[in-house]
Design a protein around this ligand. Structure first.
Ligand SMILES: C[S@@+](CC[C@H](N)C(=O)[O-])C[C@H]1O[C@@H](n2cnc3c(N)ncnc32)[C@H](O)[C@@H]1O
Length: 225
């Protein structure tokens, strides 16, 4: 697996013009595209991801072999393992694969169940893998009705509609320069992101002590059990 490349590609919320250029480049440069389907017979009649991928190939004039990944959504470890095995099998034939997901991979996506397994079983493949961010369904929903998700002093929550307490991820934004981060009480694991994608980008796997730059955000990631 040393020379293999796996892209976890966010497709955006269903409008093919809302895929990122980076995601499109990843699809175009992959040897094959792994597309989830909930159909046991591996057909794509009901697969939204397949519709997006085929539309993208048509619109942007490229063709790639498609590998069906049966995704039953029962949240069983053996189902995630099955999907990872489909990727491993794909790598027997191809050097680079893209696995696609709807919206953004950070939001309730299969991607991280698969990456957790790959990290354990094929650490080199995990190291070389790349997750490509996308537009979420709720960013698109907000844009459609021209209503912000948060503005001024408001905050924004994502709540899964489940009948139980759930672990929380919190994103902290708009800090003041010079601010002491003592007030951020760590519930999971805090990372600090400064000047991301700009000069002097820094990603720290802890909470920095004092805010130095306006372009700083903190994420207190929920802890998996
Ligand atoms: C498994 S989550 C995936 C979310 C996705 N990764 C994202 O970034 O939006 C699926 C949920 O996202 C929401 N969702 C995704 N696409 C949507 C759409 N086109 N219209 C309305 N809700 C959508 C629904 O609440 C749905 O139950």
């Amino acid at each position: 697996m040393d020379t293999k490349k796996l892209n976890m590609v966010s497709l955006g919320p269903g409008d093919i013009d809302l895929i990122t250029i980076k995601a499109l480049k990843a699809l175009k440069s992959s040897d094959a595209i792994c597309v989830p389907t909930k159909s046991k017979d591996h057909s794509f009649q009901k697969s939204l991801t397949h519709k997006i991928v085929t539309k993208l190939m048509k619109e942007h004039n490229f063709q790639k072999p498609i590998i069906a990944v049966y995704t039953p959504m029962h949240f069983h470890q053996e189902d995630w393992q099955y999907q990872v095995d489909v990727l491993y099998k794909g790598f027997k034939q191809y050097n680079s694969l893209s696995f696609v997901t709807l919206g953004d991979s950070a939001i309730y996506s299969t991607v991280y169940y698969l990456l957790d397994i790959i990290k354990e079983q094929e650490p080199k493949l995990y190291e070389k893998s790349e997750v490509i961010a996308g537009v979420t369904s709720f960013s698109q929903a907000s844009a459609k009705v021209k209503k912000p998700l948060c503005l001024g002093d408001s905050r924004f929550e994502i709540v899964p509609l489940l009948d139980k307490e759930v672990p929380v991820t919190t994103v902290y934004m708009r800090p003041k320069i010079g601010m002491d981060t003592d007030i951020l009480k760590e519930r999971g694991k805090i990372y600090t992101f400064e000047n991301m994608n700009y000069q002097e980008e820094s990603i720290t796997t802890s909470k920095i002590v004092k805010v130095k730059k306006y372009m700083t955000l903190f994420i207190d990631f929920f802890q998996k059990d």
